[in-house]
Design a protein around this ligand. Structure first.
Ligand SMILES: NC(=O)c1ccc[n+]([C@@H]2O[C@H](COP(=O)([O-])OP(=O)(O)OC[C@H]3O[C@@H](n4cnc5c(N)ncnc54)[C@H](OP(=O)(O)O)[C@@H]3O)[C@@H](O)[C@H]2O)c1
Length: 271
């Protein structure tokens, strides 16, 4: 098993990509700690992991709150004695609206979760990982880091910042045995996409395109990016720390499926 006995903390593990990653990591022998704001969803994922016969703990927390994040890392270390992998899937899309209508507090909270939250998690896990001279950190970013998506100014800015944050951290921890990666999961069939489709065209001009992706069956199941995350958590070359891994890139898909010894679930344009 690829993660036998390892402790994996999954922020955003209550649903979507994070939940699928938690189940896959557990199947590969990891003990998982599930983090999100919604207690019931945290507990549901914990029960699903336990149902597979694996250990899991749930620690509800808002990643925008550094004190809470630091406490959850302390509790993880108290309970499991170590922390091998951080997977950060915690993310929000709102506000979805042009800049001139965006609520400043909502815009700032988007950055507080998507960008500062990534810093908070990284800040809290690095000291124990660096002391152990071992660790892997995977931040789920987005193609929106590179694309111009009207209505998503906060999300695009936060994810672009996240990618560069990952590059800087990778350089800082290069001599400490810790690798850090960014993931673009493609368009995934989760609550976030449902929320995107529920926006108005006035707030979100590309609405019809996103509705068509859904109608045409182009959305990926969350289990597919989970396989890329597993690959990065267990197998990827640490020398590639700082890189972005885009699940839409054919070479990335081939690299992951070859390393895992199985095809990825489904790829755009693949039969
Ligand atoms: N779905 C896509 O097409 C897509 C595409 C590109 C990138 N992504 C990225 O993939 C990641 C996972 O998204 P998803 O599609 O799986 O969305 P999702 O189903 O909405 O799941 C997001 C998870 O993050 C948690 N979360 C949100 N804000 C949080 C906070 N402040 N503190 C702690 N946990 C928080 C949510 O739980 P609570 O709300 O209970 O806190 C939930 O568990 C995100 O970073 C997203 O930006 C998604």
């Amino acid at each position: 098993m690829l993660l036998e006995g390892q402790i994996v903390l999954i922020a955003g593990g209550g649903r979507g990509v994070g939940r699928a990653t938690a189940l896959l990591c557990a199947e590969e022998g990891a003990q998982v700690v599930i983090v999100a704001r919604t207690q019931e969803q945290v507990q549901e994922t914990v029960q699903a992991v336990k149902g597979l016969g694996h250990q899991a703990a749930g620690l509800p927390c808002d990643v925008a709150d550094y004190a809470a994040v630091a406490r959850l890392v302390d509790k993880t270390l108290e309970r499991f004695g170590r922390l091998d992998v951080l997977v950060n899937c915690a993310g929000i899309i709102q506000p979805v609206t042009p800049v001139w209508r965006a609520d400043p507090a909502q815009w700032a909270y988007n950055l507080a979760v998507n960008l500062t939250g990534a810093f908070h998690l990284t800040r809290a896990v690095l000291p124990p990982m660096m002391a152990a001279r071992r660790g892997r950190i995977i931040h789920v970013s987005s193609g929106a880091a590179r694309s111009v998506v009207e209505g998503w100014s906060a999300y695009c800015a936060a994810k672009a910042g996240l990618d560069h944050f990952v590059r800087v951290v990778a350089a800082e921890v290069a001599d400490y045995g810790v690798a850090v990666y960014s993931v673009y999961p493609g368009i995934v069939d989760t609550t976030m996409q449902a929320e995107i489709r529920s926006a108005s065209e006035a707030d979100f001009p590309p609405l019809a395109r996103f509705q068509k992706y859904h109608a045409d069956g182009w959305l990926r199941p969350p289990e597919e990016p989970a396989q890329l995350i597993l690959y990065l958590a267990a197998l990827a070359d640490p020398a590639r720390s700082g890189e972005v891994f885009y699940l839409d890139d054919l070479p990335v898909r081939q690299e992951v499926s070859q390393a895992l010894g199985r095809p990825l679930i489904r790829g755009r344009g693949e039969t």
